[in-house]
Write a protein that binds this ligand. Structure first.
Ligand SMILES: NC(=O)c1ccc[n+]([C@@H]2O[C@H](COP(=O)([O-])OP(=O)(O)OC[C@H]3O[C@@H](n4cnc5c(N)ncnc54)[C@H](OP(=O)(O)O)[C@@H]3O)[C@@H](O)[C@H]2O)c1
Length: 194
């Protein structure tokens, strides 16, 4: 699910994986999470310039996934979503629970768009209000697609995409896994082993 959500978000901004894409300046929030760790890798495979946000402890990890610039969301500069080049984003893929349209709008280029994976009430309203605006936000819901799952598996087999694993838990400790997964502070995926 995390991989498919990331793939569909990255594809929704017109990403090509055959080397023909020109690439855009994009921001990915919560890049250290289950979806974000895949989204950063997929966006780089699509030739985008990627700025990514995460907490202090995961800055190196997110850099190692290929992000061109990593912002620490716990600092004022990171919270302001400003990259070092001072360049506005063509696209923002929002994966944080608390990412709001009012935060993203100033960071977008004149025709920029937010793809909202983790929607909140404000963002739903904004998606309607911005339907005919130059800067837009659109919410996204993942759908199961076998061919996209196969595409991800092929990337993994080819060593081009990896799964970041937060922790592994035996089945009788599935409650611990669930708690970690729901904490909003996992790094990558939480695994239950059977
Ligand atoms: N649209 C869809 O179809 C779809 C599908 C699946 C999931 N979702 C939604 O997508 C969201 C993300 O899911 P997920 O499983 O990827 O999340 P997750 O794994 O729980 O994300 C946790 C990570 O996000 C980081 N983080 C938390 N707040 C942040 C912030 N403000 N800025 C930057 N990083 C932050 C945390 O870092 P720290 O620990 O350092 O704070 C942690 O590493 C959820 O709301 C989920 O419901 C949507």
């Amino acid at each position: 699910m995390a991989g498919l959500t990331a793939l569909q978000a990255v594809r929704s901004i017109g990403t090509k994986f055959d080397g023909t894409g020109t690439g855009a300046n994009i921001l990915i929030t919560a890049a250290s999470g289950g979806i974000g760790t895949y989204a950063v890798q997929l966006a780089k495979l699509g030739n985008h310039h990627v700025t990514a946000t995460c907490g202090t402890r995961n800055l190196e990890l997110v850099r190692s996934l290929g992000a061109d610039e990593v912002l620490d969301y716990t600092t004022p500069e990171g919270a302001a979503l400003k990259n070092q080049r001072g360049k506005k984003y063509d696209y923002i893929i929002n994966i944080t629970y608390d990412g709001k349209w009012s935060m993203f709008k100033p960071a977008l280029s004149s025709h920029g768009r937010v793809v909202d994976v983790a929607s909140c009430c404000e963002n739903y309203v904004a998606s309607v209000m911005t339907l005919f605006a130059r800067k837009k936000i659109a919410t996204m819901v993942m759908t199961m697609k076998k061919e996209e799952l196969s595409f991800l598996v092929e990337l993994m087999k080819g060593g081009k995409l990896k799964t970041v694993i937060d922790s592994r838990h035996p089945l009788d400790k599935a409650a611990d896994a669930w708690e970690k997964s729901m904490s909003g502070h996992a790094t990558g995926k939480v695994i239950v082993e059977m």
